[in-house]
Design a protein around this ligand. Structure first.
Ligand code: UN1
Length: 526
C-alpha cells in the first residue's frame, strides 16, 4: 500500500542526513504518471480567472530532454497584458475591503491546496527546471512555508496597524500600512515556485492585486500555481497570469496603471526596472533581488570535511543556478592541499544525469544559452588559469538531448577574471588561496554583489571578523549542508546588499511584507 504523501518526511535543503526513501518511493510512482499526463493542448493565460489566448504561441520543452514537451503557452499580446492589469486594478478595492484577516484565510486555503498537490507540482518543477528530486521537493516545502510565514507575520503584526501616542487627551492617532494597488511580479526560472509565490503572497496578503509573469522557461509551474490560487477561491482578478519573455516583462513594468514591481532575476534587468520605475512622475516601489557572487572562506582552523561538503553543495547544487550559489572560495595556504583533495573527491563523486533518478545530484543547465556561457567561461579559464576538475560539456545518449556540463573547479585565475567578479549562474567554482584572512575578506567584498557568504572556522576571532565585515545580507558559518545556500522562511532572512538588492529588506523574513505597503497616519480629534 503506497504511503500517504501527507505523512512523508519533509525535505528541506538542509536536513540532508534524513532518510527520504519513502519520498523516493512516492516519486518513483508519480514521475512517470505526471509525464504521461502532460497536456499537449494550449495553456492560455489567465486573466480574471478566464482563459486569454491572445498572443503568439510557443512550445516549451524540458532541459532534461528536448523530446519532453512541457506544454504550449501564449506570449501575452499588448492587449492581453493591458486586460490583465485592468483586471487586477478592478479587483483591488474588493480585495482590500475584505480586510487582512480574510485575506490571510484565503491565502491559507491556497497553502492547503498547494500542499495537497505538492508532489505533483514538485515533479513539474523537476521536469521544467531540471532540478534534482531533493531540490525540487525542497522547493515545494519552502513555498508552503513561505505562504504560511507571511500570513503569520501579517497576523502577528495585527495587519500592520497601531495606535500612537496622544499629544492631547482629545486627539487620537492611528498608523496603518496600506497597499499600493497593482503589483507586477516577475520571477526567474531557478526557483519558479518559491520565488513566484513569495512575491505574489507578499503582495496579496498586504492587499495588493497581482499581474504575474513567470520566466518563459517556467510556464508550466506558473500555470499550476495559478490553478492553486483559483481552486482556493481567490477572487477573480486578484492574481492574473501572463506568460512571455522580456517584451511582456517590459510592457508590464511600463504599464501606466502598475503601482509597484516585485522582481527576482539578474542585476542588469533588476537595475533597468529600478531606473525605469524611478523615471515615472513619482517613485513607485521596486522590490528586487538580483543575484550574487557569493564567497566562502576556509580558514586554517576549518573542519575540512565539513567545509568541502558545504562548498561542494553550494557550488554545484541546482547546477550552480542559484543566486545563493557559492561560486568563489578562499582557502588558507596551510589547509589548501587537504581542502582541495577533499573537495575534488566529493566533486568527482557527483552523479550527473537525468534528475528523475534517485541518486542524481546534478541535472542539466537550463538552456543552450547557459551551455554556451559555460563554454565561453571554460575557454577563458583554460587560457588564463586551469581546471582542477571539470570544464567540459557532456555528450552521448541523454546528454545530447539536453545541456549537461561538468561540475568545474578553476584555479590560478587572475584577480580580475570574470569568475572572480561576475555571477555566472553555472556550476563553475573559482578557488583562491590566502595567507591573510582580513585581505581575503576585503577581496571577497570587492564585487558588485552582496547576497550570501560562508565561512568555515573554529576560531572565534575569525568568526567575529567575518560577521562584522562580510558585505552580504545572508551569512553562514560551518554549515555542511551548504556554505552559502539553503535559506528557509522564518529561519534565515534573504537580503541582498549592494548590487544584490534595492530595498535592503529580505525575503523569508519579518520585514518582507511591509515593503508591499505604504504608511498612513490618521489623526482624529475627539
Ligand atoms: C536563489 O538562490 O535563487 O537560500 C533563491 C537558498 C534558497 C533559494 C534562494 N532559499 O538557497
Amino acid at each position: 500500500m503506497p504511503a500517504n504523501p501527507m505523512t512523508l518526511p519533509r525535505v528541506t535543503y538542509s536536513n540532508i542526513a534524513e532518510d527520504f526513501a519513502a519520498v523516493h518511493d512516492h516519486l518513483d510512482v508519480l514521475i512517470p504518471q505526471f509525464k504521461a499526463g502532460l497536456p499537449a493542448d494550449l495553456r492560455p493565460n489567465r486573466i480574471a480567472a478566464r482563459n486569454d489566448a491572445d498572443g503568439s504561441v510557443y512550445k516549451a520543452v524540458s532541459p532534461i530532454d528536448r523530446d519532453i514537451v512541457l506544454g504550449t503557452f501564449v506570449e501575452a499580446s499588448p492587449g492581453s497584458l493591458d486586460r490583465a492589469v485592468k483586471a487586477a486594478q478592478a479587483a483591488c478595492p474588493g480585495w482590500n475591503a475584505l480586510g487582512w484577516q480574510a485575506r490571510v484565510e484565503h491565502l491559507e486555503r491556497v497553502a492547503r491546496e498547494f500542499e495537497r498537490r505538492k508532489y505533483e507540482i514538485g515533479v513539474a518543477c523537476l521536469l521544467e527546471v531540471g532540478k534534482s528530486r531533493m531540490e525540487a521537493v525542497g522547493e515545494v516545502e519552502e513555498t508552503l512555508d513561505l505562504i504560511r510565514y507571511y500570513c503569520a507575520e501579517m497576523t502577528a503584526n495585527n495587519g500592520y496597524a497601531r495606535d500612537m501616542k496622544r499629544a492631547f487627551p482629545q486627539e487620537r492617532t492611528h498608523v496603518v500600512l496600506r497597499p499600493h494597488g497593482v503589483f507586477g511580479v516577475i520571477s526567474p526560472f531557478n526557483f519558479p515556485l518559491a520565488l513566484s509565490v513569495a512575491m505574489i503572497t507578499g503582495a496579496l496578503v498586504a492587499g495588493n492585486c497581482v499581474v504575474y509573469k513567470p520566466s518563459p522557461m517556467a510556464g508550466l509551474t506558473g500555470h499550476l500555481l495559478i490553478e492553486c490560487f483559483e481552486a482556493a477561491g481567490i477572487p477573480a482578478g486578484v492574481v492574473n497570469l501572463v506568460c512571455g519573455g522580456a517584451t511582456v516583462g517590459e510592457a508590464l513594468v511600463n504599464h501606466p496603471a502598475i503601482n509597484g514591481i516585485a522582481f527576482t532575476g539578474s542585476h542588469a534587468v533588476g537595475m533597468r526596472i529600478f531606473r525605469s520605475m524611478a523615471a515615472r512622475p513619482f517613485a513607485l516601489p521596486v522590490i528586487a533581488e538580483m543575484g550574487g557572487k557569493n564567497p566562502t572562506y576556509v580558514t586554517q582552523s576549518a573542519e575540512i570535511a565539513t567545509a568541502a561538503a558545504g562548498v561542494m553543495r553550494s557550488a554545484f547544487g541546482l547546477q550552480g543556478q542559484k543566486c545563493s550559489s557559492g561560486s568563489k572560495v578562499y582557502v588558507h595556504n596551510a589547509v589548501y592541499d587537504d581542502f582541495m583533495q577533499a573537495l575534488v573527491k566529493l566533486t568527482r563523486a557527483i552523479q550527473i544525469g537525468n534528475p528523475e533518478g534517485r541518486a542524481i545530484f546534478m541535472g542539466p543547465v537550463i538552456n543552450r544559452e547557459a551551455a554556451e556561457r559555460f563554454d565561453k567561461a571554460a575557454d577563458s579559464v583554460r587560457q588564463q588559469g586551469r581546471f582542477e576538475i571539470g570544464g567540459r560539456r557532456l555528450s552521448g545518449g541523454l546528454f545530447d538531448k539536453g545541456y549537461y556540463v561538468e561540475p568545474s573547479i578553476a584555479v590560478g585565475l587572475p584577480d580580475d577574471h570574470c569568475l572572480h567578479k561576475e555571477e555566472q549562474f553555472l556550476p563553475l567554482l573559482a578557488v583562491k588561496q590566502f595567507s591573510d584572512f582580513e585581505s581575503a575578506l576585503a577581496d571577497g567584498n570587492s564585487v558588485l554583489y552582496g547576497l550570501t557568504a560562508g565561512i568555515y572556522t573554529r576560531d572565534e576571532r575569525e568568526l567575529r571578523l567575518f560577521l562584522d565585515r562580510a558585505e552580504a545580507g545572508v551569512l553562514y558559518a560551518n554549515r555542511a549542508s551548504g556554505a552559502t545556500t539553503g535559506a528557509w522562511p522564518g529561519i534565515q532572512t534573504f537580503c541582498g546588499w549592494k548590487g544584490s538588492g534595492v530595498s535592503h529588506k529580505g525575503g523569508l523574513g519579518p520585514w518582507y511584507v511591509p515593503q508591499f505597503m505604504r504608511e498612513q497616519s490618521h489623526t482624529i480629534m475627539e
